[in-house]
Design a protein around this ligand. Structure first.
Ligand SMILES: [Zn+2]
Length: 56
């Protein structure tokens, strides 16, 4: 029953597919009005090189 309260908003790193917590994510990018979070600078730069390939 407590699972719902425990489950925080988690988003997927669109590049590598890992779960990222937006509250603690160090890397994020805004693309077409949507914010994407990444677990590493590498993923962020990969995303920025070709956002359309990863953006949902
Ligand atoms: Zn990643």
């Amino acid at each position: 029953m407590a699972d719902e309260a425990k489950t925080k908003t988690r988003v997927k790193d669109p590049v590598c597919g890992k779960d990222v917590d937006p509250e603690t994510a160090e890397y994020s990018a805004n693309y077409k009005g949507k914010v994407y979070y990444f677990d590493s600078a590498e993923c962020k730069s990969t995303f920025n090189e070709d956002p359309d390939q990863y953006a949902t």
